[in-house]
Design a protein around this ligand. Structure first.
Ligand code: TRP
Length: 331
């Protein structure tokens, strides 16, 4: 076992992944693979907190894993696995439920948002979602958890749970730090640039998906909502243009000044075309790799199996430590 610090993160296999998921998370993860011991999970158990079509969930679980690999994560260097394959996640989550307060969970903004969105299915799993997430992280003693800004509240809760457990018994869990990558941490909707780009937006032009074909990508950027001005620069009054600049910068590495200079005197039309083409070019190799991986289910199953074995090795140790500390009789 290496003494490298551990990283853990996860993506839900619900909905199609957007360029926001790609820029803000998955794409950055390969940078860690040499310096950290990285564990990335497809969190299918989180996905069933809202109703899923079973066949679709199964397919998306494969797709999410394929996207991890297509985005540059080497399955030899990273542990890639599916949450439901490692039962210790659910087992630890149960114990941690008893160290998490009703009031704490009631304050989670994602719960409040989702309760509004799925008002006919406000199930207990939706409420305890952050506890399962804490279990995911604490099970591996992850030091660093790369996430989007919207998940920071859940990371804070995971820290509180870890500290509470450590304080009640003795040092058991590493207290994790959230980590928000600088570049493109938050990509906004192309249709309503005040809102985060979401996998599940009902407006077909709002989100660009990693697997959208070239023409679709370009068309969506052409239709992106901007404002009545024509000049390209970043400003709080120009959320649409600012968002396009963030995306363009994420795919080209250009700074705001360089972008402003490049489009000086051109209009929004040229700018949107350039962003669309750049994004389409940037996604092409990912989509190609993805297609070839999806054509080889046996390979993906092998990766899952191997990943689950590696993850279980660590998970079993943590869980038995926790069981011992709370007073369960060992077997
Ligand atoms: N809740 C996260 C999201 O929706 C996904 C997730 C589940 C996760 N478990 C995690 C992220 C553990 C980081 C670590 O984005």
């Amino acid at each position: 076992m290496s003494d490298k610090k551990r990283i853990f993160s996860g993506v839900q296999p619900s909905g199609k992944l957007t360029i926001g998921n790609y820029i803000g998370s998955i794409r950055n993860w390969k940078e860690f693979q040499e310096t950290y011991e990285c564990i990335y999970c497809v969190v299918d158990m989180h996905a069933v907190t809202v109703r899923q079509d079973p066949a679709e969930l199964r397919r998306r679980t494969f797709e999410t894993l394929a996207l991890y690999i297509a985005s540059g994560l080497d399955p030899e260097k990273n542990t890639l696995f599916v949450q439901s394959h490692v039962p210790q996640h659910a087992q630890l989550a149960w114990v941690l439920n008893c160290y998490t307060m009703f009031g704490e969970l009631s304050r989670m903004t994602q719960f409040k948002d989702k309760s509004r969105k799925y008002e006919n299915n406000i199930n207990a799993g939706l409420f305890t979602y952050p506890v399962l997430m804490a279990a995911d992280i604490l099970l591996y003693n992850a030091a660093l958890v790369p996430v989007g800004v919207d998940q920071m509240q859940h990371i804070e809760l995971a820290r509180d749970i870890a500290n509470r457990f450590n304080g009640t018994y003795s040092e058991t869990f590493v207290v994790p730090e959230g980590f928000i990558p600088k570049a493109g941490a938050k990509i906004m909707s192309l249709a309503e640039p005040e809102k985060k780009m979401s996998k599940s937006d009902l407006n077909g032009n709002a989100s660009v998906f990693i697997l959208d074909d070239r023409d679709t990508v370009i068309r969506k950027f052409r239709r992106a909502v901007t404002d009545s001005d024509t000049a390209v620069y970043r400003s709080p009054e120009k959320p649409g243009v600012s968002n396009l600049m963030t995306i363009y910068s994420a795919f080209t590495g250009k700074t705001d000044e360089q972008i402003v200079a490049e489009f000086d005197g051109k209009g929004y039309g040229d700018f949107k075309n350039a962003v669309g083409e750049t994004v389409a070019d940037g996604l092409a190799p990912v989509r190609e790799k993805f297609d070839s991986l999806m054509a080889d289910k046996a390979y993906l199953e092998g990766v899952m199996k191997n990943g689950a074995e590696r993850a279980s090795f660590i998970a079993r140790k943590t869980l038995s430590k926790v069981y011992r500390k709370v007073g369960f009789v060992g077997q």
